[in-house]
Write a protein that binds this ligand. Structure first.
Ligand code: DGJ
Length: 732
């Protein structure tokens, strides 16, 4: 898995068995050459055709070469105001007020392993021989600024990660206005762009459009990665499917505002830039200071979207998530939110816990409403003190009663927020993000605490640790329900105000890092009104996320399908809820609701008092079934088989690494008359094996090449079917 530098040609070649990434030095500029399927020996250099494209394409200072222009060269780190009119990777204001900056090669180093990024989430290695890293330092010595570009290539994964360190080597402050993490230039534009936009309760919807000439920006300006966009795109070669075609995936390991820009230039070349959103961003880089950008994960897949997902899934399961729970089967939980909302008392909770235990649940989660006078969403955030009216004997007693029933105990927090009606707000009316003397918007009746301030973080940590030290708690649901507005901090100078959104993220990461280290046995679930901050940044600290507040099975099929492009099932939390569904009012058969939720990290959110005995019996069986198969579902190889975005069906499978077993989930959305038959080809099986499905056996080859007719016997709306395939030893 070497990274090779050819002295004679100035070429860098990063490669493993699957992928090659090639760059070279051209007049000291770092230009991009190739990213794609592994090329064993890359002999050519200076490949980019030399052509004077017009007098409107400036040539770098005194190169005397009209055939080389930064305006159309493929670049790794395009500069600002020095001849490239496309989107830059950075923008900075120097003490003279000008912005012209041009980085040239200064030095490089290559080493085994991968460094951690100070204060930021990132993928990692356990052993140094898992990856190799190249650091290329570029400098503008006139300005006194350096940029060190880091590239890590994993030995056994089609993954390259990139990030940048900006260092001020001058004696003056330099104002960073844009400091992106990665640029990749392609020499053509024959791609479709796949993105995962959404909204509250409609997260991660797959949208695919042809890449068009000009600039396309997808971003979040919200101070969170958001439900509205995921910090991810994939460029797909035309006609790419789930199983065929070249895919280039980009995923930003960050939970704040981001930008992903694609630009197709006039020569049909494509630039992809990823980084912190320059909107409401600025950074005063003092002499000798370093600004470290978050990391971008680049995945190249030659066999379609499933191939890309497999790479993301194993990387995120094995080398992004951490801690005790990382590779452990996750408990089946019951959450009280949809059954009680804010209206509960101890007895109601214990009844629910009794019912859940009888069904086989393993973890009882007490959601919002347990603290102070939190009877609706207008009050009490910031006051993490148990509400003795609802829970007179306190949290410790509730926790021990839950534990006595043989269940684990989990608790909801929304630590980053403050309500105007709270003791914390009375004591510290300026601790939220706001602009002094200017009205502050409310979102869900609440304000965002200024986590860029140390004293604010310390107080929240104090309150939380007081509870966590006193009450045995096994799980925390960490929620966050509004985005930032009126960006301003009392803790920062006027020149630093635009540092707030990123400083907030650094503060948040520091707090979560501290708490997850201090309480390693607590299973943390990331939540932001559902999937509003379900991104790889949070996945580094919290190994699972609530995918959506939408618990409707039919809507969830699309949400989970979209989410599975980048996140493995074990990270995607799904719960069986009641019908009619609370978010969309749909009536859906119990088994379909259960099968959708059991396709991920499973739990229930039912009011058990309301449900019939028949329903309870069925749920009990589902929970038992899920427990039996959860190793396979949570940690098996997940493949999408048929898309709900392109058909009336959805299907996916979970297959054991040794191919001994597979589970196929198939859904039919609407009933239809005279419907064409659907023959579904399965995946990931061993073609040489015979598999039993019920009493019938089939060869793996037949199941993958021919498949099975799955829809003819399904009638009615919202139907599901689950097949369990087991390898049997018999003659073909
Ligand atoms: C939003 C979450 O997504 C819900 O599951 C629930 O925890 C509520 N917040 C509670 O306010």
């Amino acid at each position: 898995m070497p990274i090779i530098f050819h002295e004679e040609t100035g070429q860098f070649h990063l490669f493993n068995d699957d992928v090659s990434y090639v760059m070279e030095l051209k007049e000291q500029f770092l230009v991009h050459v190739y990213w794609g399927e592994r090329i064993r020996s890359f002999k050519q250099s200076d490949t980019y055709p030399k052509k004077d494209r017009s007098s409107f394409s400036p040539n770098p200072y005194r190169t005397n070469d009209a055939t080389f222009s930064l305006d159309n060269a493929l670049q790794e780190f395009p500069g600002f105001d020095s001849g490239d009119y496309r989107e830059p990777a950075f923008e900075m204001t120097h003490p003279d007020g000008a912005k012209a900056t041009q980085f040239k090669y200064a030095s490089h180093t290559i080493y085994s392993g991968k460094k951690r990024l100070e204060g930021l989430p990132a993928t990692y290695v356990v052993e140094d021989d898992e990856a190799e890293t190249l650091e290329i330092t570029l400098a503008d010595d006139i300005r006194g600024i350096r940029a060190t570009l880091s590239y890590t290539i994993y030995r056994d994964r089609s993954v390259i990660t990139k990030s940048v360190q900006y260092q001020n080597t001058s004696e003056h402050t330099i104002q960073l206005n844009r400091a992106l993490s990665s640029c990749v230039d392609f020499d053509d534009a024959a791609f479709d762009l796949l993105q995962l936009p959404g909204a509250w309760a409609r997260e991660k919807q797959i949208v695919k459009t042809p890449l068009a000439m000009g600039i396309h920006v997808l971003d979040s300006k919200r101070g969170a990665s958001s439900t509205h966009q995921q910090p991810f795109i994939a460029l797909l070669r035309k006609n790419t499917t789930e199983h065929h075609g070249d895919v280039y995936g980009f995923h930003f390991v960050y939970s704040g505002s981001f930008t992903i820009r694609t630009e197709v230039d006039t020569f049909s070349q494509t630039r992809v830039l990823v980084g912190i959103n320059p909107h409401n961003f600025g950074w005063q880089l003092e002499p000798n200071d370093i600004f470290q950008t978050p990391e971008v994960v680049l995945v190249y897949a030659k066999n379609g979207l499933n191939d890309m997902s497999h790479t993301f899934h194993s990387l995120y399961t094995e080398r992004l998530a951490r801690g005790e729970h990382q590779l452990q089967e996750r408990p089946v939980l019951i959450n009280n939110w949809e059954s009680t909302y804010f209206q509960f008392d101890e007895q109601k909770l214990l009844n629910l816990a009794d019912g859940a235990k009888a069904l086989g649940a393993e973890l009882f989660v007490l959601d919002d409403g347990w603290f102070e006078a939190r009877n609706d969403d207008t009050t009490s955030l910031g006051d993490w003190i148990v509400d003795r009216k609802k829970l007179p004997s306190g949290l410790a007693s509730l926790s021990s009663q839950i534990h006595e029933r043989g269940l684990k105990f989990g608790l909801w927090f929304e630590p980053e927020m403050i309500s105007e009606q709270s003791q914390l707000f009375k004591a510290h009316p300026d601790w939220h993000i706001h602009v002094d003397g200017y009205p502050t918007s409310l979102g869900r009746n609440q304000l965002v605490l200024d986590f860029s301030r140390q004293e604010v973080r310390a107080e929240i940590v104090r309150q939380m640790t007081e509870i966590l030290d006193a009450v045995p708690i096994d799980y925390i649901k960490w929620d966050m329900n509004r985005n930032m507005t009126e960006i301003g901090s009392r803790g920062l100078t006027p020149q630093q105000q635009m540092e707030l959104p990123h400083r907030y993220m650094l503060g948040l990461y520091e707090v979560i890092d501290y708490l997850t280290e201090r309480y390693p046995h607590i299973l943390f679930e990331n939540c932001s009104g559902g999937g509003g901050r379900f991104d790889p940044g949070m996945a580094y600290y919290m190994p699972q996320s609530w995918a959506s507040d939408n618990t409707d099975a039919i809507e969830r099929i699309k949400i989970q399908y979209g989410t599975s492009l980048i996140f493995p099932p074990v990270m995607i939390c799904a719960q069986l809820s009641e019908s009619p569904n609370h978010q969309v009012g749909r009536i859906t058969p119990l088994q379909t609701r259960a099968d959708v939720a059991m396709s991920a990290n499973f739990g229930i959110m039912l009011d058990l008092n309301k449900e019939s005995q028949a329903t309870l019996d069925a749920v009990q069986q589902d929970i038992a079934w899920y427990k039996k198969h959860r190793q396979l579902i949570q940690f098996g190889r997940f493949s999408r088989l048929i898309s709900p975005y392109e058909s009336n069906f959805a299907g996916w499978s979970f297959t054991a690494p040794n191919q001994e077993e597979s589970l196929v989930f198939f859904f039919k959305i609407l009933g239809a008359a005279s419907e064409p038959f659907l023959r579904l080809q399965l995946r990931d099986l061993n073609p040489e094996y015979m598999y039993a499905i019920g009493d019938t056996t089939y060869s793996g080859e037949e199941l993958m090449k021919f498949g099975l007719y799955l829809n003819p016997d399904m009638s009615g709306d919202f139907q599901s079917k689950v097949l369990h395939l087991k390898h049997v030893v018999t003659k073909m």
